[in-house]
Design a protein. Structure first.
Length: 163
């Protein structure tokens, strides 16, 4: 009796493995077919055009910069400073300011110094997590609004790193 059960059990395992293998092959084939239908291979002309890149190309040619004074955006120099507590932690912040009208570089430098001074008073616990980052953004936006008298419409965070 036990021999019959073990034979049925091993036969059942083999059938399960075989069914699983067949379903896997069918699913893979279906995925390949759908992939070929949705995304056909690129045309040969496009591949050759991409291959013909100038040897001195840097990749930045023809790409307009967003942070330009003509757009009313001034990219501030990166701010790197230590936090108030713990003082061994450092923060690096890159900010761009969007001005209403013509940008004022002198005002942008004052705002840069103000943000650097503010970051020296912040502790790590104040800026931890998404809520802390939002509070930091709000505080910096408020300081910029006070300093610029409404001439800066937006503070754009480019990078924010705590080490």
């Amino acid at each position: 009796m036990e021999e019959i059960d073990s034979a049925q059990s091993s036969k059942s395992k083999v059938m399960t493995i075989a069914a699983l293998a067949v379903l896997t092959v069918i699913a893979g084939g279906g995925g390949w077919l759908v992939g070929r239908l949705l995304a056909p291979p690129p045309a040969a002309e496009k591949i050759e055009a991409v291959a013909e890149v100038a040897p001195n190309a840097t990749g930045a040619e023809g790409v307009p910069k967003i942070a330009t004074e003509a757009n009313g955006v001034v990219q501030l120099e990166p701010i790197t400073t230590n936090l108030a507590y713990p003082s061994e932690n450092w923060v690096r912040l890159e900010v761009a300011l969007q001005f209403k009208g013509i940008p004022d570089v002198a005002l942008a430098e004052q705002i840069h110094q103000d943000i650097a001074a503010y970051l020296k008073t912040v502790s790590l616990q104040q800026i931890q997590g998404p809520r802390g980052f939002q509070y930091l953004r709000d505080d910096i936006q408020e300081r910029v609004d006070l300093r610029s008298d409404g001439r800066v419409t937006n503070v754009m965070f480019r990078t924010f790193v705590i080490q």
